[in-house]
Write a protein that binds this ligand. Structure first.
Ligand SMILES: Cc1ncc(COP(=O)(O)O)c(C=O)c1O
Length: 420
């Protein structure tokens, strides 16, 4: 009675019908409410229907929803300036004619290809950088490519800095960052000899919340400079306050040649994305990367309202503090629950790695935990681009201390009930 007739839907959807969302809470047609630990698709940085975003959308809708991106429109031009002000110094131009993380990443790649005259793109094993044919191919895990069999001819996958399960069976720091050094050999022996860019997430989001060790990005920058390869940073998940800084680049001291933004930029779900590029990467002709719903006035107004909330030192400090609080509680849980191998995170980008007693990944148990979480009033998602054994804790950034404790209490109950 609560479910709709979904037979015309191309893809399967859950029987659960969502009727409302407010703050960090989702409510279904049966009146149940859940804390959304995935911020929908990791994009609701300000949660459901944040009043500032709603007001900005209402006001802008009455003036101008959309016009062709060849004209000036106030929210679009203001958003470009605001993003460039916030970005690492080298990034001086904002390209807004994109409407998703995938189209932002693909545009950044085209910019690097045009600037260098070269083709190949290096990505990491567990990366998830988008779902266009090119980006599904460049993403790490084979499961998304296998049914279609498309492989972008200029893709080069290299092992990631996943110290817990190091590809090279080394330990940090004794490894001397072998995972970066070995990329030299991939360039020499596995590439086409024409490498334009490395595209990397500061923290692999869907790959399992993998946080690179200290020094990783500095070494990667040196490698890029030595080969004149452009360093493209995918901040689609990590950007706009998710890690307690406006951009994760700030935590790691990354100096990118371009940065892709999407998801959290829309605050409560407005469809807006951006490529921030250095002068050197500017110059891609406008009609070589331009999407109808990019540079949308309504979405840019929502993004400006979002930045007004997040670009506040107190707001960002709260994200760091509330994230640290959750990590502390998860650390205690780890000491009690043998199925938790690791908890790791920066700000509100947190992962819980679930494993068997021998340390091998346990995606079955992870999926059971994610499914049963609904019985404990939590919505959780897992890391399918990795081994599928990491529960992702990425609630909206407006999470209060009380809600953070509630998440941890519910996770505690969930683990007790499933592993009893
Ligand atoms: C890190 C990262 N990059 C790119 C994308 C693709 O973004 P979109 O789905 O908006 O195309 C995603 C989506 O999950 C992502 O997590």
């Amino acid at each position: 009675m609560f479910s709709l007739d979904t037979k015309a839907m191309y893809y399967p959807v859950s029987d659960r019908r969502i009727v409302a969302g407010e703050g960090v809470y989702l409510r279904d047609a049966e009146g149940n409410s859940f804390i959304d630990c995935a911020s929908a698709t990791f994009n609701l940085s300000l949660g459901y229907s944040h009043p500032a975003v709603v007001a900005a959308i209402q006001e802008q809708a009455e003036k101008l929803i959309h016009t062709t991106s060849s004209f000036q429109s106030e929210p679009v031009v203001r958003l470009a300036s605001r993003l460039v002000e916030l970005a690492p110094k080298k990034l001086t131009k904002a390209h807004l004619k994109v409407a998703s993380g995938s189209s932002a990443n693909e545009g950044a790649i085209k910019m690097a290809q045009r600037a260098t005259g070269r083709r190949d793109v290096v990505t990491l094993f567990r990366s998830h950088v988008g779902q266009s044919t090119m980006l599904a191919s460049l993403s790490g895990n084979a499961f998304r490519k296998e049914p279609l069999g498309h492989v972008y001819p200029g893709g080069l996958h290299v092992p990631d800095p996943y110290c817990l399960r190091c590809f090279y069976r080394q330990s940090y720091p004794d490894c001397g960052l072998l995972c970066v050094d070995r990329i030299e050999q991939f360039l020499e022996f596995a590439s086409s000899g024409s490498v334009a860019a490395i595209l990397i997430e500061p923290i692999a989001g869907n790959g399992g919340n993998i946080i690179p060790p200290n020094g990783y990005f500095q070494r990667l920058r040196q490698l890029c400079d030595a080969h004149d390869i452009k360093l493209l940073v995918d901040e689609v998940q990590t950007g706009i306050g998710r890690t307690g800084r406006m951009f994760a680049c700030e935590h790691f001291g990354i100096e990118p040649d371009a940065m892709s933004l999407a998801k959290g930029l829309g605050g409560s779900g407005a469809q807006v994305a951006a490529i921030l590029a250095s002068d050197e990467l500017a110059g891609l002709p406008a009609d070589h990367h331009s999407f109808t719903y990019g540079a949308n006035s309504l979405a840019c107004a929502a993004a400006l309202a979002t930045l007004d909330v997040i670009d506040d030192p107190d707001f960002l400090a709260h994200v760091r503090a509330v994230g640290a609080r959750i990590l502390d509680r998860l650390g205690e849980l780890k000491n009690r629950c043998p199925c938790i191998l690791d908890v790791r995170g920066v700000g509100l980008m947190i992962g819980i790695e679930i494993a068997r007693r021998d340390g091998s990944p346990d995606p079955q148990l992870t999926n059971i935990l994610a499914k049963r979480a609904m019985d404990h009033a939590l919505f959780l998602r897992t890391s399918r681009y990795g081994h599928g054994n990491v529960l992702k804790i990425r609630p909206p950034l407006i999470l209060t201390d009380v809600e953070a404790e509630l998440i941890c209490d519910r996770l505690d109950d969930l683990l007790r009930s499933v592993t009893a």
